[in-house]
Design a protein around this ligand. Structure first.
Ligand code: ATP
Ligand code: ZN
Length: 304
């Protein structure tokens, strides 16, 4: 096996994921839920797929769009922020897009935000004119500034953006924010979000054209199945026929339930797949509305 082999002549699918960092573990967990299992190589760069001919390449997140563009990998799991930044870079260089988002995966959520020193009295984007903004996301920031019709200086840094205002390198920053704790620790406050990001499955712009297309399709269907039931639960309960409407009003996130009649005709037994969180509060509300014998069961797999 040689990692230098590109798409041509490869019959196994190759997926790039982050080796460490925030997305590495959840990406593996997602792929494992989709039925993939691997044998890890000693250098921990390459994992040979054992259950399906799908291998993993463990890399830095920033390398993933490029690996797809070069055909070294077929798919990748990466933050939308990274994918769009590299797409922006290609656009600036007038090179055609080479990878795109295939699916949003629902983890690694964060925002690319502008953050200003806490003492600033923020009044709106016009205030940015002539200011220096430090970022590691220059392409997205420039595109956003153009769309706002604001002229500001983009100061490109390779890391530790949040200390740039204190070091006098910039007036404000444009960086990823999730809880906001890092900003607060640096006496900064977020004022505008320019992108909502999460982990995405990235793939080539052109459909995969050979035997690997079937594998990619299979994987995609399984991932869709995993995503669909991620927060889903199977709810079992009984209810009197005349309370049914009241109970179902409390389950707007449920698929049409399966029902059968018990005890002659007045009591119904139901099972419903519910997509939202099934909290104690919800169960108590359902009970008050007339549901009895409520049982919440985990859903492990689903194939539509
Ligand atoms: P690598 O060593 O692979 O280059 P990294 O340090 O660039 O890792 P991480 O900090 O692990 O990257 O972040 C990976 C991705 O996690 C980000 O690109 C982003 O999509 C997402 N993410 C979620 N929340 C945050 C956050 N608060 N700060 C940074 N990234 C976040
Ligand atoms: Zn990185």
């Amino acid at each position: 096996m040689t990692l230098a082999s590109t798409a041509r002549g490869r019959d196994r699918l190759r997926i790039a994921i982050q080796k460490n960092g925030r997305l590495g573990e959840p990406a593996r967990a997602l792929l494992a839920s989709a039925g993939l299992a691997w044998c890890e190589s000693r250098d921990k760069l390459f994992c040979h797929g054992e259950s399906l001919p799908v291998d993993l390449l463990l890399v830095r997140d920033d390398d993933i769009p490029g690996l797809i563009a070069d055909g070294v990998c077929d798919l990748g799991i990466v933050g939308r922020n990274v994918l769009l930044e590299q797409a922006g870079e290609r656009e600036e260089a007038r090179r055609p897009a080479s990878s795109r988002e295939w699916r949003a995966l629902g983890f690694g959520g964060c925002r690319l935000s502008l953050a200003v020193p806490e003492a600033w009295d923020w009044q709106g984007t016009a205030q940015l004119a002539g200011k220096r903004i430090a970022t590691t996301y220059p392409n997205q920031l420039r595109a956003w500034l153009r769309a706002q019709d604001v002229q500001a200086d983009v100061v490109v840094l390779s890391g530790s953006v949040e200390i740039a205002p204190r070091l006098g390198q910039a007036d404000l920053i444009c960086d990823l924010v999730s809880s906001g704790a890092t900003l607060a620790a640096n006496q900064l406050k977020p004022v505008v979000d320019i992108l909502y990001s999460e982990a995405v499955l990235a793939g080539p712009v052109q459909p995969i054209g050979d035997a690997r297309a079937e594998l990619a399709d299979l994987l995609l269907r399984r991932i869709d199945g995993v995503l669909r039931i991620r927060d889903s639960k199977l709810l079992l309960f009984h209810t009197a026929r005349d309370a049914l409407e009241r109970v179902m009003q409390l389950l707007p996130d449920a698929e049409p339930p399966t029902m059968c009649v018990v005890d002659g005709s007045e009591t119904l037994a139901l099972q419903a797949l519910c997509h939202g969180a099934m909290t104690w509060q919800r169960l108590e509300d359902l009970k008050r509305a007339g549901a009895r014998g409520l049982m919440v069961l985990p859903v492990e797999r689903m194939l539509a």
